[in-house]
Design a protein around this ligand. Structure first.
Ligand code: ACM
Length: 683
């Protein structure tokens, strides 16, 4: 019989489970609501098998096959799928019932997972719950002393919020089917359940319309999903317990519609697919009946294609220039007493909402759509702040938070992790109002990402947000989050996402046959600067390739995070020999890296990196000396610390849209030296 150790709530204890006296951090993300480590471990061998002992169907059977293939990839052990029975399978799935045919908001996703040396069981009410449990099981598997294994554990788990999403913009940069599918795999791996597909914007209309074919024929550069492909994505997502919510952003962000149908716009055309980024004037004319006839036909077609009951109409960033300069629109506004732009936009939304209602759909819009007169079932997606979400909830509307979850801003995972859908004005909501906050969605706008880089901008940071949406609110330990994020980030690669897969290829392209290593050191010591830096550096368009170092480097450098920790420990005198060795090795290689990069120079992709590379070497040289003073015998000469701090300070500004993260651990050592000097302590 399995004996449970005192219950450790992963969420509170940071997933630090003790097993047989040895502490091992489990790569569980999102952290389960309850997890208790037990004695023993389940060996994962080529005989690994899965069987269903309760309800089963095609969806569960496919998921079981996928799990076997995934475990095989993740461990490198050849495992073939074999029909096992509940009596002899390594993992037995006891599922109570099918649950909804199509993933449904608020469906039962609970599961219990038990792993012991003898075997493992997932108990779930529905197939979706079983899927969630299988992902937890896969995360537990790692190499142990005797080969791959899963630690003995009891997990009891459920989601905090029913709406846990990722929005992907496929308009500004085209994202082919395989990008969508591999990101759905990664979403499933961290228990996300809504794929919000931003399908049309100024830069491209991405779905085949049979009724209005000029939409994709003239508005997409040939990059669009056929209706069969859309159905394929929906089936793929459904198999993974993920809803697909389409967004057709109207009345603004609509240039691509007008290339084929200029008569929908508020000003005469002709229109061309937009190639640059920003907010543009082309806007649908809300005053002409012809528009609503068109939208009726369009919604009729699209609501039949997308089974989800929710339909997103965008509604953000409406530029009113065309409305203000059109005499007929102004006359309409006067006649109907719609004096402000917001009034006209509100009128448009109500007309659109009536059409969607006819097709049985519930409307979602960005928070600009929140105006009096919307139907009470409308869902508001807030990108401009928590206040608008709270205000919507107080007025009876449901909402989801995206403010604070913009992946394209390239902020650290800790920044997003600290944002809670019920923070800020959300704290003032009573229970009934708070229950209207359905959850959150991270947004991957695609101005600065391509097929090659998009996964590395979504993952692993998205996993930290998935934890915010799934795990208890009190799950806020940032160190635990980062420790698990690194592990889960690597597992996501086996789940299908190209988190790091393209980095080496892109660096090799930059080096063009010359040594890649010095470039890799530079990349590992760097972070892509936040989006504002990029926006102001260049006038980007969809024709500008995203093939530079800034596109290769991660928003957060894992190597530097480790060195930050080592430097903090060195500063406080608690660094381990391994940490000191790691600091020394990093500083030495940085100091020599600039010379090593020289033979690679000569092309534009490398030339722009010269100042950054020189700075890295300077930082390495300062770091070596600082570490020497801190750990060795001598005091630095007078003025040395101040001088080096000034030098490092000057390196803090981004170069080639990249931030030299290597400055941080070096600065920490200098600060420790300064502190030692000022407190009169010497070693
Ligand atoms: C948005 O970011 N304009 C929704």
């Amino acid at each position: 019989m399995t004996t449970f150790r005192p219950v450790l709530i992963l969420a509170l204890a940071g997933a630090q489970l003790s097993r047989g006296g040895e502490a091992r951090l489990m790569p569980l993300m999102p952290a389960p609501w309850k997890a208790a480590a037990a004695d023993g471990r389940l060996a994962i061998t080529s005989g690994f098998s899965v069987a269903a002992s309760g309800y089963t169907d095609a969806r569960l059977e496919s998921a079981m096959r996928r799990l076997v293939a995934r475990v095989s990839r993740q461990t490198g052990i050849p495992i073939s799928f074999s029909k096992a029975t509940a009596a002899n399978a390594t993992l037995v799935i006891e599922c109570g019932q099918r649950g909804p045919e199509y993933p449904t908001l608020g469906e039962d996703e609970t599961y219990q997972l038990d792993v012991s040396a003898q075997g493992s069981t997932i108990k779930a009410v529905t197939v979706t719950g079983a899927l969630r449990g299988m992902e937890t099981f896969a995360q537990l598997i790692g190499p142990g002393a005797d080969g791959f294994e899963a630690p003995a554990i009891h997990v009891d788990d459920k989601p905090r919020f029913p709406w846990r999403g990722l929005m992907l913009d496929v308009s500004r940069h085209w994202m082919p089917l395989e990008v969508v599918e591999r990101n759905l795999d990664a979403m499933a791996a961290v228990k996300l359940n809504v794929f919000h597909w931003h399908l049309a914007d100024d830069q491209g209309f991405r779905v085949e319309s049979k009724r209005y074919p000029r939409l994709q024929e003239l508005g997409s550069d040939g990059h669009f999903y056929t209706q069969d492909e859309v159905r394929r994505v929906i089936a793929y997502a459904r198999g993974r317990g993920i809803r697909v919510v389409p967004e057709f952003d109207i009345p603004g962000h609509t240039t691509s519609w007008f290339v084929g149908y200029p008569e929908l716009a508020s000003a005469p055309g002709p229109y061309h697919i937009e190639r640059s980024w920003g907010i543009f004037q082309p806007t649908m004319d809300p005053t002409r009946e012809q528009i609503y006839t068109f939208l009726d036909g369009f919604f009729g077609e699209m609501t039949a294609l997308f089974p989800d009951p929710y339909f997103h109409i965008g509604g953000d960033e409406v530029d009113d220039t065309q409305w203000k300069t059109s005499p007929s629109i102004q006359a309409f506004a006067r006649e109907h007493n719609l004096p402000a732009t917001e009034d006209l936009h509100g009128y448009f939304n109500q007309r659109v909402q009536a059409l969607l209602k006819k097709y049985g759909k519930t409307m979602i819009g960005w928070d600009e759509t929140l105006r009096p007169g919307l139907a009470p079932d409308t869902v508001i997606q807030s990108w401009r702040g928590q206040a608008s979400l709270a205000s919507a909830a107080k007025s009876g509307y449901r909402g989801i938070l995206s403010f604070g979850y913009y992946l394209d801003h390239l902020r650290p995972a800790s920044f997003h992790y600290a944002v809670d859908p019920l923070d800020g004005a959300g704290r003032e909501l009573n229970g009934e109002q708070a229950a209207r906050i359905l959850g959150g969605e991270a947004c991957m706008w695609s101005e600065y990402v391509s097929v090659e880089t998009v996964d590395s901008r979504i993952w692993p940071r998205m996993a930290a947000m998935a934890e915010r949406f799934w795990s208890p609110r009190e799950t806020t330990d940032v160190r635990s989050m980062y420790a698990r994020l690194e592990m889960v980030g690597r597992l996501l690669e086996w789940a299908g996402a190209q988190v790091r897969a393209n980095q080496g290829r892109m660096l090799a392209r930059m080096a063009s046959g010359r040594p890649v290593e010095p470039l890799r050191f530079l990349a590992d010591a760097s972070e892509s600067a936040i989006i504002d830096v990029r926006r102001s550096a260049h006038k980007y368009t969809s024709d500008i390739p995203l093939n530079r170092l800034v596109d290769v480097v991660q928003p957060e450098s894992e190597s530097i995070r480790r060195l930050d920790q080592a430097a903090a420990n060195a500063a406080s005198g608690s660094a381990t020999p391994a940490e000191l060795a790691e600091l020394r090795a990093a500083f030495t290689s940085w100091a020599e890296n600039n010379i090593r990069l020289e033979p690679v120079a000569g092309n534009a992709l490398i030339e722009e990196l010269k100042p950054l590379s020189k700075n890295l070497s300077t930082a390495g040289a300062i770091g070596m000396r600082a570490l020497g003073y801190l750990k060795g015998g001598a005091e630095p000469p007078d003025g040395w610390i101040a001088q080096q701090s000034t030098t490092l300070g000057a390196m803090a500004s981004p170069s080639a849209e990249v931030t030299l993260a290597a400055v941080r651990p070096v600065k920490a050592l200098l600060d420790a030296l300064a502190h030692r000097a000022s407190s009169g302590l010497s070693r």
